[in-house]
Design a protein around this ligand. Structure first.
Ligand code: PMV
Length: 308
């Protein structure tokens, strides 16, 4: 029988991607329709078993370089000689801005602590998961790890204490996957170049931060229509900093044509997923069905904390 030692889930950034890298806030929610389980058992060699790789840890693929690094470092740090097989089972699509790498890092580290019966705290998990995220993403804001670890909606500002932020809106979120891998690291690097080149982009980032702060009020006041307008405005800024793409724009257009209150990309962009807001489940289903004609996968989630 499989010994599942940790369960984590994906995440969705509602608003604030990219500007969060420059100290502006972001709001993100856990995405429990997707999950990632890690099990560990004794083995002859150190083995990784996941959907895109099965084999010796030392021969694992490039996609797993962050995870491999922290497993090797962990075993070394705790002077562990036993060999293990780590199985990662995940329904979080890879590299779609849904936090799959953060979920895997958090999940694997938690499972290692448990398997080897080593006491740990949340900050221990954060420490190890951050090492892996830095290898994969360069210099991430840290939002992914925080949402995945807390499994609660958060209002996040880099270098500040995380604020758990309950969401209780009468409305639905439709999430659609372009089917294309997102290129967060490239997108973040290119945005940095724009900002260094021209002050007008600094101003855009500042305005994105303002929109995120306003969104917080709209969420607290259950004002989904205003939140939808803000999503649209935020998307136009994401387009101006050049992180949207043709498929994202097409899915957003479909959502808006089918009465979404607002729609935007989520995560790093250039591939990945979009999110659209709907006022009721009927509307959400209409939007979702239309998106299914073009998207790789579509989900509907309600915007109540107890379900998020
Ligand atoms: O693509 P994701 O889910 O890793 O989200 C990236 C969010 C950015 O703000 C673009 C980068 C970051 O580190 O916060």
């Amino acid at each position: 029988m499989e010994n599942i030692l940790s369960k984590t889930c994906g995440k969705i950034i509602l608003i604030g991607e990219h500007s969060v890298v420059y100290g502006e806030p972001a709001i993100a929610i856990p995405f429990k329709s997707t999950e990632l389980n890690v099990s560990i058992q004794k083995s002859k060699y150190n083995i990784i078993d996941c959907s895109f790789f099965y084999g010796k840890l030392e021969e694992s693929s490039e996609d797993l370089r962050g995870i491999r690094f922290i497993i090797e470092k962990f075993l070394n740090e705790y002077n562990i000689k036993e060999n293990i097989k780590i199985k990662i089972k995940s329904s979080i699509p890879n590299e779609r801005g849904m936090g799959s790498s953060a979920a895997a890092s958090v999940g694997v580290v938690k499972a290692l602590f448990k398997y080897f019966k080593i006491n740990y705290t949340t900050s221990n998990i954060k420490y190890w998961a951050n090492i892996s995220e830095k290898i994969v993403h360069g210099n991430p804001s840290g939002i992914d790890i925080n949402v995945v670890l807390n499994e609660k909606p958060v209002f996040f500002e880099k270098n500040e204490d995380i604020q758990i932020f309950p969401i209780n809106m009468d409305g639905y979120l439709v999430i659609a996957d372009t089917g294309k891998k997102g290129r967060t690291k490239d997108a973040v690097t290119d945005v940095r170049k724009l900002i260094d080149k021209d002050d007008k982009y600094k101003e855009i980032i500042r305005k994105m931060g303002e929109l995120t702060r306003i969104s917080k009020d709209y969420i607290i006041n259950n004002d989904i229509e205003s939140l939808g307008n803000v999503f649209n405005k935020f998307q136009s800024y994401l387009e101006q900093i050049n992180v949207s793409d043709e498929k994202i724009n097409k899915l957003i257009k479909i959502a808006r044509e089918n009465n979404a209150l607002g729609a935007k990309l989520t995560g790093g962009g250039r591939g990945g997923c979009i999110i659209a807001l709907a006022s009721n489940i009927g509307q959400a289903k209409i939007i979702a069905n239309k998106l299914r004609e073009l998207a790789a996968s579509v989900w509907i989630s309600n915007l109540k904390s107890e379900n998020l």
